[in-house]
Design a protein around this ligand. Structure first.
Ligand SMILES: [Zn+2]
Length: 472
């Protein structure tokens, strides 16, 4: 997610500082990328779900969803979402019911488990379907539903925080932002970051409208738009947007297919979105190949920006001057957050610290300023952020994605870079993401990796920056 507004104040103060930061720019030698044409096997959606310590009411560690097939239709006139969700899932342990996050705003038309009709119960945004499953048994759950989507409050004090989940715009368009949860407002989900899964999303829209979702776009059939994700996706990284959009395609580095969806009749921001290949190329020079087969941006009626997988969901109200920096940030998350996902929300600093730091390095290069100037100014704000929302290593449930998990861990990364030097630091970034592609990771695995990779014990430094109530 883009940084909260408190960080924007820090950033604008920086443009006055020092000289140019130097970053190594290794030459790309990767072969041209290929968009896979055959579906990934269900096994690519295997996860090891855990209970989330920050949001324990979301997600079910007893269930591992391997694949979601969502067949959706949206009627803007009746404001009705009609859906059939087909979930291929695995019981992590013996179960006597399948329980998932799902909005109680919907009416259930039909529920089956392995083809047998079941009576599903929807209450308090949980769907419960009775059925006995042995540990490691796989099952197919089909849920047919319809209703008017209802959002859920965001547990945060961010200036740009709005309600989470599928949102109906004034003209009947749809869009969603759903970090740390909210996918459950449009499909039955194990709505927690440790259960990544494959997705096939189809959305049928009225004539003249378009449907946009996360994943690789497939050919449009009539008014049905299809997307598939061959790399596993955490539920907070799925997106859906329905509206009157203009579609513009392009090509990124290594032949990466790009798609930009902008509101029909409003192309003002399109040229900035079309800077995406340059931004991705900049990131690839530091982090290695972009980890997915396609990329793109959909512009929606939001104040924020979200790194939804293979299709960034960008708020049309983002100031034009901030667009490129926000896009760089959201693409950086495709390495840090999407491909390598925090196991729980306790480790959201692994996402935001890296995306923030990469954005600052990019901004410093662009403005010919010194990243050390940014570090000095940000350090002066660090205490305020810790006081407001706590140390970044154990964020409070009511302070989701506030400045503490962006700026404080970005300073930690800068400290590591100063200690080990530029070459070792960027090799660490590249190898961390390259060697943990499509996995979940946490502080313990990151610290162990840093120590192994640098040959130094940086545990105390990392713990201090993440846990101290005062600026280290
Ligand atoms: Zn972010």
């Amino acid at each position: 997610m883009r940084r909260p507004s408190i960080a924007i104040a820090v950033s604008s103060a920086l443009l006055a500082a020092g000289c140019t930061a130097v970053t190594p720019s290794p030459v790309r030698t990767d072969p041209p990328r290929v968009v896979p044409t055959s579906p990934a096997p269900d096994s690519a959606g295997l996860s090891a779900p855990v209970a989330d310590p920050i949001y324990p009411n979301r997600g079910n560690p007893g269930i591992d969803v391997l694949r979601y097939r969502l067949d959706l239709a949206w009627s803007p006139t009746t404001r009705t979402l009609t859906g059939t969700a087909t979930l291929t899932l695995r019981a992590v342990r013996a179960l006597d019911a399948v329980a998932l996050d799902f909005s109680a705003a919907y009416a259930l038309d039909r529920v089956t488990l392995d083809g047998a009709p079941r009576t599903g119960t929807l209450a308090a945004d949980k769907l419960t379907v009775p059925g006995t499953l042995a540990a490691d048994q796989r099952a197919t759950l089909v849920v047919r539903y319809r209703g008017t989507p209802v959002t859920t409050p965001m547990p945060s004090h961010r200036a740009d925080s709005g309600p989470l989940g599928l949102t109906i715009a004034s003209d009947g368009a749809l869009w969603t932002m759903q970090e740390p949860y909210g996918a459950f407002t449009w499909y039955p989900a194990n709505d927690t970051p440790s259960d990544k899964a494959l997705y096939d999303i189809a959305v049928t829209v009225p004539p003249g409208w378009a449907g946009v979702a996360s994943g690789t776009p497939l050919p449009v059939e009539g008014d049905t738009y299809r997307y598939t994700s061959a790399d596993p996706v955490a539920s907070y990284l799925t997106t859906l947007a329905v509206g009157k959009f203009q579609k513009t395609t392009g090509t990124g580095p290594g032949g990466l297919p790009m798609t930009y969806w902008t509101p029909t009749g409003d192309a003002e921001r399109l040229p900035f979105l079309q800077r995406s290949p340059t931004l991705i190329a900049w990131l690839e020079q530091r982090l290695g190949p972009y980890p997915f087969p396609t990329a793109g941006v959909v512009l929606v009626e939001s104040r924020s920006g979200m790194e939804t997988q293979q299709m960034v969901t960008l708020g049309a109200r983002t100031p034009i001057a901030a667009l490129e920096g926000v896009l760089l940030h959201e693409y950086a998350h495709h390495w840090f957050g999407n491909s390598v996902t925090p196991t729980t929300w306790q480790h959201v600093w692994l996402n935001e610290g890296w995306a923030t730091y990469l954005q600052r390095v990019w901004e410093a290069e662009r403005s010919h300023t010194d990243i050390a100037g940014w570090a000095k100014d940000t350090r002066a704000r660090d205490q305020e952020l810790r006081t407001l929302a706590g140390p970044p290593g154990n964020p409070k449930p009511g302070n989701f994605a506030e400045g503490n998990v962006y700026m404080c861990p970005a300073l930690l990364l800068h400290e590591i870079r100063k200690l080990v030097g530029d070459e070792a630091f960027w090799a660490l970034a590249r190898d961390w993401t390259g060697q943990h592609r499509n996995t979940n990771q946490d502080r313990a695995s990151f610290t162990a990796f840093v120590n192994r990779h640098t040959g130094r014990d940086l545990t105390a430094l990392i713990d201090k920056w993440l846990d101290s109530p005062t600026t280290p």
